[in-house]
Design a binder for this molecule. Structure first.
Ligand code: ATP
Length: 238
């Protein structure tokens, strides 16, 4: 279970997150909405332990992440970044294997068990045939699928997906969201940051909206996603 209490963070003088509280249970598919710059990625970075100067408390399975090593936290929380990636001169298999790094002793190479995990993750997303391709020669959408496979190979039970459908064609958007819903059904906790209220309406069990650094809505999509919220978040009606 993920439990965020009174989370505050600022990169400089202007606060980005102000007293954010949210909980997410195993099996929950939660969409985080908010305009550009609302703080969605910053929230995810705090949960990943990448911004240690935050105020408040973040607990995973009852333990404060402040006391966890990166290796232990990687077994609990995985991040799927937005699809603007620098060039990585690796094969798809190598990229997915990176998700298994926390299982290895320092400087050890992945073994058979890690390769199997990586292959299963690629198969789960229907992209096993990408394994030997060059990651940097894939399209943005194809790269996105590989990064989701990497998170699955990591075997963390909390997945933070940062705008996972933004670079995908319609078919792959549906595939990724269906996959996220299936993973939630298997007991994963999934947080998806998203700009598409229709996706939230169709797939979210719960919607959390960030505005001006605060949570301004938290509930089932049919209750939370009203015209007032759309106007407040995006300045336009739904
Ligand atoms: P988007 O939907 O556009 O991806 P977001 O909701 O994910 O936006 P964040 O990336 O969390 O928003 O950014 C929140 C605010 O923090 C923005 O005003 C952004 O300019 C600022 N910010 C983000 N990263 C940094 C940084 N490394 N240094 C300074 N300011 C930053």
């Amino acid at each position: 279970m993920l439990d965020v209490q009174d989370l505050s963070f600022s990169y400089g003088p202007r606060p980005v997150l102000r007293g954010v509280c949210l909980q997410a249970q195993p099996g929950e598919l939660l969409f985080v909405l908010g305009a550009n710059g609302a703080g969605k990625t910053t929230l995810f970075r705090c949960i990943l332990g990448l911004l240690p100067g935050y105020g408040g408390q973040i607990r995973v399975d009852g333990q404060s992440i402040a006391g966890l090593s990166a290796r232990v936290l990687a077994q609990k929380v995985a991040y799927i970044p937005q699809s603007h990636h620098p060039a990585f001169p690796y094969s798809v298999m190598d990229m997915v294997l990176m998700g298994t790094n926390h299982r290895l002793a320092p400087f050890a190479s992945p073994g058979r068990a890690e390769r199997q995990l990586a292959m299963e993750a690629l198969e789960t997303l229907g992209i096993a045939d990408y394994a030997s391709r060059s990651f940097q020669r894939l399209s943005g959408g194809e790269q996105q699928l590989v990064l989701i496979a990497r998170a699955l190979a990591q075997q963390a039970r909390i997945l933070l997906m940062d705008e996972p459908t933004s670079a995908l064609d319609f078919g792959n958007q549906v595939r990724v969201l269906e996959r996220a819903a299936a993973l939630a059904n298997q007991g994963y906790t999934i947080l998806i940051s998203c700009h598409n209220p229709q996706h939230a309406m169709l797939y979210a069990q719960r919607v959390v909206a960030l505005h001006d650094g605060r949570i301004v809505a938290d509930g089932p999509p049919a209750d939370a996603l009203d015209e007032g919220l759309m106007q407040r978040l995006y300045g336009v009606p739904a």
